[in-house]
Design a protein around this ligand. Structure first.
Ligand code: FES
Length: 228
C-alpha cells in the first residue's frame, strides 16, 4: 500500500485510490464539482486542488484524479491552495452566475465578490451530464462538440436524439441547473413538487423568480418553503 502523508497524517492508502479518496476517508474536506463517485474521473473544474511535494518543489494538482503514490506528501488547505480554488470558483461563477450550486460553494468558501465579468452562459462544461448519460443511463444521447471558445454540449448533429429517454438525469446532475421551472401549471413544472402542496409557492411567493432543482431532483423552492 502506498504510504502518503496528508495534512501531516501518515496513511497507508489502498492501491488505486486518488488523493481525494484518501482525504475523504480521513475526514478531510476538499470541495469538488465535476467529480461524482459513480462517474469516471474528469478533472475539469479544478476546485479540488491540493498541493503536493515538499520544500520548493511543490505543485497544485486535482485531487480527484491524482493517484496516491508511495512517499506522496499532500497539503489540502495551504494559502496557495485556497487562493487557487477561490479563483477557479470565481471563474466558474462568472461563466454561469445564476448557478445555485456555485453560489452555495462561494458562500462556503467566503467569496463575497467575483473579480471577473459575468458571461451569463448556461454551462460550465463540467461534463457531469455527458458522463451521467453515457455511464449511468447507458444512452450516450449527448456529448461535447468543438473545442475552446466554441465548445458546447449537444445531441449528435444537433438533432433530437433517438436514444434520449428524457429521463432527466442530465438535468438532475447539472450544477449550472439550466432547466428552470416555468410555474405551477402541470405542463410547465419540472418536478411536480408545487402541485402537491396546498399553496404552490413558486410564482406566488417569488414572482418572476424561477424554481431551481434540488439535489434529489425535487423542487428546491417548494421544499425550502415547506421546511420553514
Ligand atoms: S472535482 Fe476535481 S477537478 Fe473537478
Amino acid at each position: 500500500m502506498p504510504k502518503i502523508i496528508i495534512d501531516g497524517i501518515e496513511f497507508d492508502a489502498p492501491e488505486g485510490w486518488t488523493i481525494l479518496d484518501a482525504a475523504r476517508f480521513l475526514g478531510i474536506d476538499i470541495p469538488t464539482l465535476c467529480h461524482h463517485d459513480e462517474l469516471s474521473p474528469w478533472g475539469g473544474c479544478r476546485l479540488c486542488l491540493v498541493e503536493i511535494g515538499e520544500g520548493k518543489k511543490t505543485k497544485l494538482v486535482s485531487s480527484c484524479t491524482y493517484p496516491v503514490e508511495d512517499g506522496l506528501v499532500v497539503r489540502t488547505a495551504t494559502e496557495r491552495v485556497i487562493k487557487a480554488r477561490k479563483m477557479m470558483l470565481e471563474l466558474l461563477i462568472s461563466q454561469c452566475p445564476t448557478s445555485k450550486v456555485l453560489q452555495d460553494m462561494a458562500a462556503k468558501m467566503g467569496i463575497e465578490k467575483v473579480r471577473f465579468k459575468p458571461k451569463w452562459e448556461d454551462c460550465i462544461y463540467c461534463g457531469l451530464c455527458v458522463r451521467m448519460c453515457e455511464e449511468q443511463m447507458m444512452a450516450k444521447a449527448i456529448g461535447f462538440v468543438n473545442r475552446g471558445d466554441k465548445i458546447r454540449i449537444t445531441t449528435p448533429f444537433d438533432k433530437t436524439s433517438e436514444v434520449c429517454r428524457k429521463c432527466g438525469a442530465c438535468m438532475y446532475i447539472c450544477p449550472a441547473i439550466v432547466l428552470r421551472c416555468e410555474g405551477a401549471e402541470p405542463k410547465d413544472v419540472l418536478c411536480g413538487g408545487c402541485l402537491n402542496v396546498l399553496q404552490p409557492t413558486c410564482l406566488e411567493v417569488y414572482g418572476e423568480y424561477a424554481c431551481w432543482m434540488g439535489l434529489k431532483g425535487e423542487c428546491g423552492t417548494c421544499v425550502r418553503e415547506e421546511e420553514s
